[in-house]
Design a protein around this ligand. Structure first.
Ligand SMILES: [Fe+2]
Length: 273
């Protein structure tokens, strides 16, 4: 399913697969002034001709290499005669599938988003210009090592990919590092912005800076609690159960990739007893 809506001159394309009548794990791509930020999961590829009818994409950017962000690069490159997608240098070989480290996706990710076809990509550099706007590229690792955000300072737009997601997040992916994400969130606060566009589909138009401040405060508090209990001699599973309760059924459904235990383990990584 692809649903579109307008936030000023920015078009949001909410994309996801519908299974048993439910839209599952949808993500959002954003289009403005010839620029498309992320291309969505390959499972919606057949809907692209209609959704993008009359929309000319001149530049495609991938905020990071995850399959729900790069899955349709190839469609835009073949059908809109686009050049390479622009992405962080670490994402380029993964998008092009020449990294030599390709790990097959687990079944739930294949079902939800699908295996992205290889597509061309190149290093994004420090700034992107469209006809009317100028975007600063900000490195914001943590969700993945190759994650970037885009800021249009004149308009106050911040496109932050999968970095923010929400304030009180206690379940994270196995390969996310919330310590690095905290640094990235703090980096964003060095800039002025009025609207936060998230790949989850959330668009924060009321004090998004405060939302980021609140997320930082929440995780810093959780990190202190986790480390305190760890120093008391509790095992990671005991800390998880005490602070957040057992994993939700989703933990097993997603191959144990998304869970509370990953937040706990990341916060105690490298902490000496
Ligand atoms: Fe992601």
């Amino acid at each position: 399913m692809i649903k579109t809506n307008q936030i000023g001159p920015v078009t949001r394309f909410l994309m996801g697969r519908v299974i048993n009548g439910q839209l599952i794990r949808a993500m959002a791509c954003y289009y403005v002034d010839g620029l498309l930020i992320d291309s969505g999961p390959v499972h919606v590829i057949d809907e692209l001709p209609q959704a993008f009818a009359g929309i000319l994409v001149q530049t495609l950017i991938n905020t990071h290499h995850h399959e729900d962000h790069i899955g349709n690069n190839i469609w835009f490159q073949q059908n809109q005669k686009l050049g390479p997608a622009l992405a962080h240098r670490l994402a380029v070989p993964i998008i092009e599938k020449r990294s030599g480290q390709h790990i097959p996706l687990p079944a739930y990710r294949l079902t939800t988003w699908g295996e992205p076809p290889a597509s061309r990509a190149e290093n994004i550099g420090l700034e992107i210009r469209s006809e009317n706007y100028r975007f600063t590229v900000i490195e914001t690792p943590g969700h993945s090592p190759d994650h970037i955000s885009l800021l249009e300072p004149q308009q106050g737009w911040l496109f932050a990919g999968d970095l923010y997601f929400g304030e009180k997040v206690c379940e994270i992916h196995m390969d996310e590092d919330p310590n690095i994400m905290l640094n990235s969130l703090m980096r964003l606060l060095r800039y002025d912005f009025d609207i936060l566009f998230c790949s989850s589909g959330k668009v924060l138009q009321e004090n998004p800076r405060q939302a980021i401040v609140d997320k930082i405060a929440f995780w810093e508090e959780e990190r202190d609690k986790v480390r305190y209990l760890f120093k008391q001699g509790l095992e990671p599973e005991e800390i998880r159960n005490r602070l957040y309760g057992p994993e939700s059924p989703r933990f097993e459904r997603c191959n144990q990739e998304l869970g509370k235990i990953h937040l706990v383990k990341a916060f105690i990584k490298g902490v000496k007893l």
